[in-house]
Structure formats: structure tokens, C-alpha cells
Design a protein around this ligand. Structure first.
Ligand SMILES: [Cu+2]
Length: 460
């Protein structure tokens, strides 16, 4: 959608999950709401119409099109430059780097690009020993235990490539590494969870060089990789991730052999060549302006989240318990709970949000893990900065939307935790959405909550 961010007004999701409109229905309130926006995706014709309108009565969409009836007394909400998608829910794809961000000097030349998607499947039977709980595949090529026959990535010798990597596993943590003759190679991370590393405005440090990249389920990393010379034994592997006594077994295993040859085929696509002058972010308001390759001072992004003081602090914690307290092997109930509340499994029919925040605010959230397995905290709609890990200040200069929270050993007086600086400033996030552990078994088992972002200024 090149630069235009499609916005799904969250009331449509609320209609599905049931929230305040359902409450209106329960009370017999069939109040009509007309949503007006710049565009609407007309599912029937498969076209975008402009403008777009949706008529909602009670909990139902009763009309959608370029214009709809405005019943007497209907509340008209003008959503401005948005695209309405009635009938579609926010299926919540985990997007990569937003279009155009490569222009922000993260990758300064035209290089071949490829997308690598890791998925997982349960291993049949009861895996024991060092057999993984789930087998992996790379771009649908199974790399199953115990043979672990890897996929093949063909590259021209010492070629630089841009890889967009997604951990689309249900439950498997990855710790990616590229090895040349057994030696870890530096990987240049230019984006994490769909946001460029230099989002803070520090263009001088637009790649983060690492020898391995920990990626929880749902995590995305966009990286610059330099391929091996001919004859070098090279591979892409995932390393062991210690998921805790109650966690799954994620052992070290290969994903792909990297084979360098002059005959290697071209990738399907390349990043476009960026000619001078390049686009750059204006320091004032974050918009893009043309300029020659700039020398931009660090923290040129004046709205950088890391420079904003939080208005409040909240504590949430992960915990688990067996369905039958007398039978530890009974199915597990999974919770994410706001400190002070009673742990309950997520109920999609619940009408009240677990947390209400005000759009425009920045908050610090401490997420504790009171269970003996690793969890991956994830939130929709926003990103955050990892400020502290187990009480140790980190203040990472980049954003994420998924973060691991280390498991509890079962006896330490202090639970493992992360402190996250949460950004609720974007006016487009007004509405109700979810936060959860991103291990599917855990979120399906109840480890999820809802957050309502209320508008900072009442709409007319
Ligand atoms: Cu979890």
C-alpha cells in the first residue's frame, strides 16, 4: 500500500469480539452509528470506493458503500483519511519493515532480497531426550528431526543480501545464527518487528550488528547478510533456547545450507537502488524530505519514545496452573493478569477491557513471569522500548512489539521481569485490542487480555 497506511477502525473488531456495542445491544440500545472515511473496501466488487460509509445499528453492520442512509439521530463519526474494511477483521499479519523505510539509509545499495519464513509442526509421538517438541520448516521445506536435512540457500560468492525473516511458529523460539566453517558471522539487523532500527533518528547507527538473533514466535527481523566465499561450509541455524522446566525443547538445529556459487540464480526481487539525493527524516516533525545524504545528529527524531517520560506504571504477570489442582498433568490454564486482579483465562465474550489507557499517553509496563516457562509478551497496534531486563537498565534504542520474559526458577524471591515503555500516542490506535503471550497454545489457553485506548479528545 506504499506509504498509505491502511487503517482498520477497531470498532469492527469490537463488533466481532463483543464490547461496548454488545452491551448496547443487551440493553436494547439499537443506536445507529455512521462511520465516514476517505475510502472503503467493497468486498462484493473487490474495489476501493471513495468516500466510504458504514451504517452500524446495535451490534450489526446493516449497510456499507460509498454512501449509506443516515437514520435520524445517528451518530456520524468522521474517520478522515482512513480505509474502512467492513466484514473483514484485523487478521493481524505481522508486517515487515514498512514500505519506504529502506530509503532511510538502512540499506544503502540495491541488493537481492529474500523472505525466510520459519514454521513449526508437532513432532509425532512423545519426543524425549534432545528431540525437539516441534519440527521446523523453512519456506515450507521441512527440516525434520532426527535427520535435519536442511533447505538450501544459493548465493553468489560473498554476495550481500537483504533477508526478511519471520518466526511464524506456533510455539518455537528461534535464535538464528549464520555460520561459516563453524564461525558465527555478523548479521546487520536493520529492522525488528517491522520498525527500522534507526527509528530514534540516529541514522548513523542504522544497523545493529549481532552474531545471533533471538526471535520469539511472531518476531520479525530484517537483516543484511554477507554470503560465504566459494567452498566455505556455511549454514543458517537456530541455537538452543532454554525455555524453562515447563517449556518445550528447542534444541540447536540447522535450517539451511548456504551454498555459494557463481551460477546461483538471482533472487526474485532486489531492493531498489537508492539514488542521491536520498529521502531523509526532517528533525522537526518526522515527515520525509529530500536531501543529500545527511549528517544527522543522534536522536534527530524529536518524538522518540525513549525521550518521553511515562505518566504511569502498571505491572502485569504471566502465570499458569493445572485445570485440576490435584492433578499436575491435567491441562494447563494460562493467565496474564494485571497486578491486584484475580488471574482468569481470557474470555472473548467479556465486555469490559482489562486495561484502559488514554491516547496520547506513554506508560511503563512491568511484565513479570511467575511461571516456570518462557513467555513472549506481544501487543497489537503499538510498539515499545525494552527499558529494563530483570531490573538491569537496557534502554534499547529501538522498538519491538514482541519480547521474551524469562522463566521463573520456582523458588527465587524475585520474579524475572521486563520493563517496557509503551507508546499510546498514535491517534489511530483508539479502540479495543489485545495483548497476549505469542505462543499459540498459551494465548488459546487464556494468556490474553484486552486494552481499550480512549480518545484524548471527545469526537463530535
Ligand atoms: Cu506463553
Amino acid at each position: 500500500m506504499n506509504g498509505m497506511r491502511v487503517f482498520v477502525w477497531m470498532v469492527l473488531a469490537a463488533l466481532v469480539s463483543g464490547s461496548e456495542l454488545t452491551a448496547q445491544q443487551a440493553s436494547g440500545d439499537h443506536r445507529a452509528i455512521v462511520l465516514h472515511a476517505a475510502r472503503l473496501l467493497d468486498i462484493g466488487s473487490g474495489r476501493i470506493v471513495s468516500p466510504g460509509e458504514v451504517l452500524v445499528e446495535g451490534e450489526r453492520i446493516v449497510a456499507a458503500g460509498s454512501s449509506v442512509e443516515h437514520p435520524a439521530g445517528a451518530e456520524v463519526i468522521d474517520l478522515g483519511d482512513a480505509t474502512l474494511m467492513p466484514g473483514l477483521i484485523d487478521a493481524h499479519v505481522h508486517l515487515f519493515l514498512h514500505p519506504g523505510a529502506e530509503d532511510l539509509q538502512t540499506v544503502q545499495e540495491s541488493v537481492p532480497e529474500r523472505t525466510l519464513i520459519v514454521r513449526d509442526n508437532p513432532v509425532p509421538g512423545t519426543p524425549t531426550g534432545n528431540v525437539p517438541a516441534w519440527d521446523l520448516s523453512l519456506n515450507y521445506i521441512p527440516v525434520a528431526s532426527p535427520a535435519y536435512t536442511p533447505a538450501v540457500i544459493a548465493m553468489k560468492p560473498q554476495q550481500k543480501q537483504f533477508w526478511r525473516v519471520l518466526n511464524a511458529s506456533a510455539i518455537t523460539y528461534l535464535d538464528l545464527q549464520v555460520l561459516f566453517n563453524g564461525t558465527p558471522q555478523l548479521l546487520g539487523v536493520v529492522a525488528l518487528d517491522g520498525v527500522p532500527i534507526d527509528e530514534n533518528g540516529d541514522l548513523a547507527h542504522s544497523a545493529l550488528w549481532k552474531t545471533h538473533i533471538l526471535m520469539p514466535p511472531a518476531g520479525r527481523a530484517e537483516i543484511i547478510v554477507k554470503g560465504p566465499a566459494e567452498g566455505v561450509q556455511a549454514s543458517l541455524v537456530t541455537r538452543t533456547v532454554d525455555t524453562g522446566p515447563a517449556g518445550e525443547n528447542d534444541p540447536t538445529r540447522p535450517l539451511a545450507t548456504i551454498v555459494a556459487s557463481r551460477e546461483a540464480p538471482e533472487t526474485h526481487s532486489r531492493l531498489p537502488l537508492i539514488s542521491q539525493p536520498v529521502a531523509s527524516r526532517s528533525a522537526a516533525d518526522g515527515t520525509l524530505v529530500a536531501s543529500t545524504r545527511p549528517i544527522v545528529p543522534a536522536h534527530a527524531n524529536s518524538s522518540w519514545l525513549g525521550d518521553v517520560a511515562p505518566v504511569r506504571e502498571r505491572k502485569l504477570y504471566f502465570s499458569e496452573e493445572p485445570l485440576d489442582p490435584k492433578d499436575p498433568s491435567s491441562p494447563t490454564k494460562f493467565y496474564i493478569t494485571v497486578e491486584g486482579e484475580k488471574p482468569v483465562q481470557f474470555d472473548p465474550r467479556a465486555t469490559a477491557p482489562n486495561i484502559t489507557v488514554r491516547q496520547g499517553d506513554v506508560e511503563d509496563w512491568i511484565i513479570e513471569n511467575r511461571s516456570t516457562e518462557l513467555h513472549a509478551f506481544h501487543i497489537h497496534q503499538i510498539h515499545f522500548i525494552l527499558k529494563e531486563w530483570n531490573g538491569i537498565p537496557l534502554d534499547e534504542p529501538y522498538l519491538r512489539d514482541t519480547i521474551n520474559v524469562q522463566y521463573w526458577d520456582g523458588h527465587s524471591p524475585v520474579y524475572p521481569s521486563v520493563r517496557l515503555r509503551m507508546d499510546f500516542r498514535d491517534p489511530r490506535i483508539v479502540g479495543t485490542f489485545v495483548y497476549h503471550c505469542h505462543l499459540l497454545e498459551h494465548e488459546d489457553g487464556g494468556m490474553m487480555g484486552t486494552i481499550r485506548v480512549e480518545a484524548s479528545v471527545k469526537k463530535q
